[in-house]
Design a protein around this ligand. Structure first.
Ligand code: ADP
Length: 174
């Protein structure tokens, strides 16, 4: 499995699935979540509302992941995950790692072979992007090592700032 880091806007990625740093409500937010909803169109919010009405009445827990279609996005799927919120005292790196591994499990279950991730929790949720990069790269590598034939061929971290790109490039070199 190839793992890479690039600068860019995740909403324009031509991959099978992009991962959204959502909040537990799944009903939209700022940052990358707002950008993904804007680019995917209103059917994405409707799909999220449908999830809330059915399988996730109390929302998506931290560290879990769920897929919807990508609608107007180039990506076929959006995999929504909820990062830990450092401002709410959620400082356990395992919960952040779980966002990446759970998203890859969901990607596998929908048959997505190429997956783009943002720097989950490195924005409003207040984690240092260097820690996010270390945890993310470690989690993806561990996930790949634990699967003999991973259904995912490519993981691309798509970073919105030079600082974030630098942090992920460093983590990938380690
Ligand atoms: P969280 O609430 O999990 O911290 P945010 O959306 O606030 O999520 O931020 C997560 C990361 O996503 C931040 O590093 C932010 O700069 C980045 N980001 C924001 N918009 C985009 C985008 N369009 N593409 C890729 N990354 C983005």
């Amino acid at each position: 499995m190839r793992i890479e880091a690039v600068a860019g806007d995740i909403t324009t990625e031509h991959v099978d699935a992009i991962v959204n740093a959502a909040n537990s409500s799944l009903l939209g937010g700022g940052g990358v979540d707002g950008a993904i909803h804007a680019a995917a169109g209103p059917r994405l919010l409707e799909a999220c509302r449908q999830l809330r009405r059915t399988q996730l009445p109390t929302g998506l827990p931290v560290g879990h992941a769920v897929a919807t279609p990508g609608f107007d996005l180039p990506a076929r799927w959006v995999i929504h995950t909820v990062g830990p919120n450092r401002h709410a005292g959620q400082t356990d790196p395992m919960r952040l790692a779980s966002c990446f591994t759970a998203s890859l499990d969901v990607a596998t279950s929908v048959g997505a072979r190429t997956v783009a991730f943002p720097a989950v929790s490195a924005g409003v949720y207040g984690w240092d992007v260097r820690e996010v990069a270390r945890v993310a790269v470690g989690a993806v590598r561990d996930w790949a090592a634990g699967h003999d034939e991973p259904g995912v061929d490519l993981v691309r971290f798509v970073l919105f700032s030079e600082a974030a790109l630098g942090a992920f490039a460093e983590a990938l070199e380690a």
